[in-house]
Write a protein that binds this ligand. Structure first.
Ligand code: SF4
Length: 278
């Protein structure tokens, strides 16, 4: 008889269970818990106080008492840019939010990190469904259908460029497919990522375009048109003394952070091939 843990197939009232488990997890640490970039501290008088982790002990924070304000807090960066990926490490600072009870706490967390509390709970329970890249890609249609042709190496590079903690604080749980694990630092945070998100799929589409260029459009020194476009943009920007990065999900623009992270993986080796041992 098998002694392997049995995966739960139905979870009664997962919202209530996850709310209770999350509150108990926070309550067990009177000094506060970190979740994403948020510090959650139980109040001695009851309820919870939330703020940006880097604002611990700060004074003069803007105080909110409605947990629904969290959604607005999460909408824009400190520079006023829209945040397409709520788990990116660019949550703005300068606020504190009071939650009256566990229900308000989870409402606030859902505004800051949508679905994260339920995913956190299901992962701890061993019940979180994981969808690998190939399964996710098979469901894509229209202009995103081409992500089905992204190579395994392309998925690996895209995940390193798009999903590591420097650009997303979720712990990446999915793999390329059932046989091929992702070879990356999956992250240290509390929020699990069970499936490629829409930002990743959009980035994967761009990486697939890069792969096609690399097959058929290389010049005499082995550079593709978009690689030359990125190098030119970098030189131009550096020459002005001010490198203005593209917005987070503007993958069609040269100075996008994830696109640059991808170039570090794929272009730098072309420009600086490893020196063979003598
Ligand atoms: S797919 Fe990658 S970028 Fe998207 S939420 Fe998951 S870890 Fe973050």
């Amino acid at each position: 008889m098998s002694t392997a843990p049995v995966k739960r197939t139905s979870i009664p009232n997962v919202a209530a269970e996850s709310r209770a488990a999350f509150a108990a997890w926070v309550d067990a640490h009177p000094d506060g818990r970190h979740f994403g970039q948020v510090l959650i501290r139980p109040e001695s008088s009851g309820g919870y106080r939330l703020c940006h982790a880097e604002d611990e002990g700060a004074t003069g924070l803007q105080l909110y008492e409605n947990p629904r304000a969290a959604r607005e807090i999460a909408k824009l960066t400190g520079d006023g840019e829209y945040r397409p990926l709520k788990s990116a490490p660019n949550l703005r600072r300068g606020w504190a939010l009071l939650a009256a009870d566990a229900g308000d706490l989870v409402t606030a967390m859902n505004g800051l990190y949508p679905s994260a509390v339920v995913h956190w709970y299901l992962y701890r329970e061993g019940s979180l469904d994981i969808t690998n890249y190939r399964e996710n890609a098979a469901r894509q249609s229209g202009i995103y259908k081409r992500v089905q042709r992204l190579t395994d190496q392309g998925v690996q590079n895209a995940a390193k460029a798009c999903c590591e903690d420097a650009v997303c604080l979720k712990k990446t749980l999915w793999d390329v497919d059932e046989e091929i694990p992702l070879e990356m630092n999956r992250g240290e945070g509390e929020i699990p990522c069970p499936e490629p998100c829409s930002v990743f799929v959009s980035f994967a589409r761009r990486v697939r375009l890069f792969e096609r260029e690399n097959k058929r459009d290389l010049d005499a020194i082995g550079l593709s048109p978009s690689e030359k476009e990125d190098l030119s943009a970098l030189v131009e920007a550096a020459a002005t003394g001010e490198v203005v990065m593209a917005r987070e999900a503007e993958f069609e623009k040269p100075l996008n952070e994830r696109r640059m992270r991808y170039r570090r993986l794929t272009l730098i080796p072309k420009l600086r091939p490893p020196v063979a041992n003598e």
